[in-house]
Design a protein around this ligand. Sequence first.
Ligand code: C5P
Length: 232
Amino acid sequence: MTAGAVAIVLAAGSGERLGRVEPKAFLDVAGSPMVVRAAEAAAACPAVGSLVVAVPRGHEGTARAIVAPGKPVVVVSGGISRHASVRAALAAVPDRASFIVCHDAARPFASPQQFVLVLGALEVNPDAAGAIPVVPVTDTVKRVRGGFVVRTEGSREELTLAQTPQAFRASALRDAHTRAAQAEREFSDDAAALEWAGYRVAAVAGDPDNFKITTPEDLALAELFAAERAHG
Ligand code: C5P
């Protein structure tokens, strides 16, 4: 039923926190740029019919040359925030698309199965407008302000960390982003925009291997992880 879903790949972030001049998504992990790996994982999900890839302005040509996952790809210029990049990508998603799955290129180890899982969750939960993968929090979470603990976030069994890919009914995703833009609100993931707009978001089991690359240490870990995987 979700056949023909469009995957949005967010790859328009900078390499600043990695201490690099090149945009993060264009850095290699085990010989392939992260944006290529992310697009290939999305395209390997049978329900995904086409992709929209948001890249930093000036890198559109490179992206068109290297992102070729075997399904149609549209490359757009991203914005100054992740939220703005999603809006730019949404403008390139055909109106007929019923489902959209958003994925961060900064997670180069997402499996095609994660895309299948989140899109499938929308089929079995008709009242859910979105479905996201989450992993449990194993540490105790403290809110710290000005160098002091102000609160311990309770009910650890209810606390989770959100990952991408995140799947949405296209109408809800468009509506949440339009309303957030009108209210001048920005969110760090798309599910947060839907929650704020009053939509129900289902949570499915995430994958600890699908970690996000933010720091130089994450990149080094990613190389080790990929090498270990390659050697079985
Ligand atoms: O910076 P961070 O890793 O949190 O970004 C999450 C994802 O959002 C990355 O894949 C990044 O490329 C993307 N992004 C974007 N446009 C921005 C900022 C981030 O597409 N302006």
